[in-house]
Design a protein around this ligand. Sequence first.
Ligand SMILES: Cc1ncc(COP(=O)(O)O)c(C=O)c1O
Length: 461
Amino acid sequence: MDTPVVRNSTAAWKRADGDHHIHPFTDNEALRRKGGPRIIVKASGSVMVDSEGNRIIDAMSGLWCVNVGYGREELARAAYDQMSELAFYNTFFKTTTPPPVELAEKLATLTPGDLNRFFFACSGSEANDTILRFVKRYWNLMGKPAKKTVISRINAYHGSTTASASLGGMSTMHEMDDLPIAGIEHVIQPYWYTGGGDLSEEEFGLVAARAVEDKILELGPENVAAFFGEPLQGSGGAILPPSNYWPEINRICRKYDILLVADEVICGFGRTGEWFGSTTFGIEPDIMTMAKGITSGYLPLSAVAVSDRVADVLYAKGGDLSHGYTYSGHPTACAVALANIAIIEREGLVERVRDDIGPYFQTRLRDAVADHPLVGNIRGIGLVAGLAIVEDKATRTFRTPVGTLAGRCHEICVEMGAMIRVSGDSMVMAPPLVITKEEVDTLMVIYRAALDKTAAEFGLV
Ligand SMILES: Cc1ncc(COP(=O)(O)O)c(C=O)c1O
């Protein structure tokens, strides 16, 4: 007979996890064999505690989402109040509830340009699926049904559903189940450190943008519907494009009448020191994806922001919108989003990232690790940063297989009390917007020590 599961014990949770819980983006068998996952049981501000009592600074904001930090009673209260009043009603069939209306109205004041209408979903993936449908619908209504192909970038991340994983450019995801679906083309990413060779960043910025133009000309502009891109590639390794990349992409999209979609799932709500990365990087999107920081991850919610140019056509010519999710505009999630945005505004968190903690974090990071032999490249803005972890700095050579050094350094960081993320050969950080300067200082000590230990283990000192 099975030993009874003792509740609230790390060993029991790990055992049950191995037996029953399928983790995303994980080798589940390897995790089980290695003794199971770390179990996070509580958190406050930027610090989490695991089931064995270890305190860990969360330098990844959950998964790029807990912008206002953990433990905000105000958000719990907003959810409680809304659930008590009206836990759920749908927004289909000529009804709504107040929170999605108020949230859409509020978002229209925050988004750049003429992004004035909002469709709600639960995740970034669903939002990007929605956009794919809207884009195709738009061109059908415009009498240009051939304009259907979408261009995005290699190593982009746009989600994990069939359509959004296809939009993304992650080779391991594509290999898993024969993606991408038809009608999606990928071009090079604007990652100067690995792709730029002897070119200056600006020269490479033009090369990367012109790859989009070349692809448009190859396909025929009359067949291209949209270009999708993250303002900075988050999951791909916190890759910042050269400063001339996005202005050139704006020009190209306008020239060939191609919709520009900015996937702001990571950049939105203050991460780069503006409300949206589009402002930071000078992007003029026709459509924008937002999720994560919209509720600081307290409840699942995403939104598609649609410009007047696109929405006017969908409204005037489209008739019924044959698309929607049960939880589109979920009142409780939207109430939490409103309370979350109120905190960001009241505490001036966007300005804090732009003028204070963001520059502090970036400077301290460079001070701490720029001269380290394993750190080939540092990029970052606001409260997001990526480090390329190399075997040989002089030749920009990475250790094989991919992620060997960064992966080990990640394990050491977590053991030392800093949760970061690994993406290929990059170490990525994106702490909550409320992180204190003392916590930033502690993180830097840990990064340096973890890099030293990694270098020592691999004989690279
Ligand atoms: C830029 C970007 N788009 C879309 C997504 C997918 O969002 P979700 O995991 O909520 O489906 C992510 C998730 O990390 C993302 O970083």
